[in-house]
Write a protein that binds this ligand. Structure first.
Ligand code: SF4
Ligand code: SF4
Length: 184
């Protein structure tokens, strides 16, 4: 890699679905941590992790919210797990127009896992801390990436943290005010 690369800490949550018992403690903890003010409410619909439950077949699959997509997929695949067929959408991480998953229930805005970035930082993300079966485990590793990739990620994570802290409306108002001041 050339001179404009940089070391970056990659944070990862490993999911072992064989260990998940579908208790949904991860959903509770995530929604409480991201409530505004923090811990003021619990609503799994606001969680950035959701557990796909198939109780009859004893399958529980935790899914972490990924990126927003403005359009649904043009095609579909299916998964075969222990002889049972699941649609591709079952395990998709996207906040997508074709379903309600990973959308803030009041505003409809997309939800995305931010690895619980906070100040001061947590030793481990909340969902990992409350998972008693080790279905979720936290790993940090160092990776060499291009300089601009670091900054884009940092901007996104920084914005998410600000929105969590002050609320989306306040951040939008501040941006609008700043942009008017810059134009003027
Ligand atoms: S807390 Fe762990 S075991 Fe419980 S639903 Fe979440 S991932 Fe599964
Ligand atoms: S890492 Fe944090 S934001 Fe992401 S799903 Fe877990 S609790 Fe939610």
């Amino acid at each position: 890699m050339n001179g404009d690369s940089k070391k970056k800490i990659v944070k990862e949550i490993k999911i072992d679905i064989d260990k998940c018992i579908g208790c949904r403690a991860c959903e509770v903890a995530c929604s409480a941590f991201h409530a505004n003010p923090k811990y003021s409410s619990i609503n799994p619909a606001r969680s950035r992790i959701r557990v796909v439950m198939d109780e009859l077949n004893n399958e529980y699959v935790p899914i972490l919210a990924g990126d927003y997509t403005p359009a649904e997929c043009p095609g579909r695949h299916t998964f075969l797990i222990n002889g049972k067929q699941y649609s591709e959408c079952s395990f998709c991480r996207a906040s997508c127009p074709s379903r309600d998953l990973f959308k803030e229930p009041d505003s409809g805005l997309p939800l995305k896992c931010d690895m619980c970035e906070s100040d001061p930082p947590l030793p481990e993300p909340m969902c990992v801390q409350v998972c008693r079966t080790d279905a979720l485990t936290y790993v940090e590793r160092e990776e060499e990436v291009k300089e601009e990739e670091v900054s884009e990620d940092e901007v996104e994570i920084g914005l998410d943290a600000l929105i969590d802290k002050y609320g989306l409306q306040k951040i939008e108002e501040t941006f609008a005010r700043m942009s008017l001041a810059k134009k003027g």
